[in-house]
Write a protein that binds this ligand. Sequence first.
Ligand code: GLC
Ligand code: MN
Ligand code: MN
Length: 435
Amino acid sequence: MNEFFPEVSRIEFEGKDSINPLAFKYYEADRVVGGKTMEEHLRFAVAYWHTFKSQGGDPFGSGTFQRAWNVGSPMEVAEKTMAANFEFVTKLGVPYYCFHDRDMAPEGETFQESISNLETMVAKAKEHQAETGVKLLWGTANLFSHPRFMHGAASNPDPHVVACCALQVRHAIAATKELGGENYVFWGGREGYETLLNTDMKREREQIAAFFHMCVDYARRIGFTGQFLIEPKPKEPTKHQYDFDAATVLSFLREFDLLDHFKLNVEANHATLAGHDFAHDLAVAADAGKLGSIDANTGDLLLGWDTDQFPTNVYDVTRAMLVVLGAGGLGSGGLNFDAKVRRGSIDGVDLFHAHIGGMDVFARGLLAAQAIIDDGRIDEFRAQRYAGWDTGFGKSMLDGNETLESLEAKALELGEPKRVSGRQEMLENILGNLI
Ligand code: GLC
Ligand code: MN
Ligand code: MN
């Protein structure tokens, strides 16, 4: 338990005046905020892929990280990587981790070998979980890295490839169940296209829906009770990703009769790539009762791609936490740091700095959001703004009891409406002052 990060011990809360870089300044796991502890609100998770599998490569250059766990045969590497994961998560003091099948166990020479690699590693993960108390927030299958998925996973023009997806997802769901995972995520990395000249979009979307119905059916048959989540993303790796944003995914689920079985895993950087802000996509999901979980990260406004950076912006995070608290919390979901340290941050300790910063920024966002709710001025302003819909002809319109003619009569009776300020700047000041 002290093998890969010997220079770091358990990260403690020291308060905002601490200058110890390896301490929390705001995240205090058992501090009660609005009736729940910070740990219960935030439900942090560490992402296996970025934190332990990333080598620091980018499209212009190879990996820069030299990880002590990345030495030996593929299965030796898998075991050491897993030990590093549980040591890290325990020292950081977060309750959860998340993984893809191929993060945890290497792809074998044959399908059978891949299956048995995963089963071996799942058995080991189960032991680590029992020993450390660390839990699984979600599992998933990597249906995007292998060359066989170059033309799509479930959306592939070749049903043979889709059968390979079925094999992989079946075992990934079973692994998630075995490890007590509270959710299972589908991120459609290759579910999209480049050109309609070779793509039948209608068929591809129908194929994905048929695949999801089989997944729902399988989960039910094996008794997996975790929540299925779809993670929207507008582009990357394909030009047109089918799961563009929260609204698009909700409409897909409705169209194919899947709405009852799925919620959304909203990632901050994917929302911004879709031209929304993070709070917007969270609100779209929450308004539909479908806010399942969050991939907590951020992009860079000056770079148009998915940089998956650790969150640092208290203002954005506060607005996100307002949506989360307004929705009554994350339920079985959590805040998964789907984020990677920059290529030049090569030391193991940099992984701690990154996560400590992300946790502190969410703790501050939580405190600020709760302060804004307790203050009440913003909620009160918004409620007042729509008060006309609570009574009179506003209400009767919503109840379906008005017609264009009856409303025309109202307009003629009342004349020109009074102009009212939206007070945006005043509200921004209230929010700013409460952060
Ligand atoms: C990939 C994506 C990430 C997603 C994860 C789960 O790493 O980049 O956004 O959450 O897979 O499939
Ligand atoms: Mn993600
Ligand atoms: Mn991303």
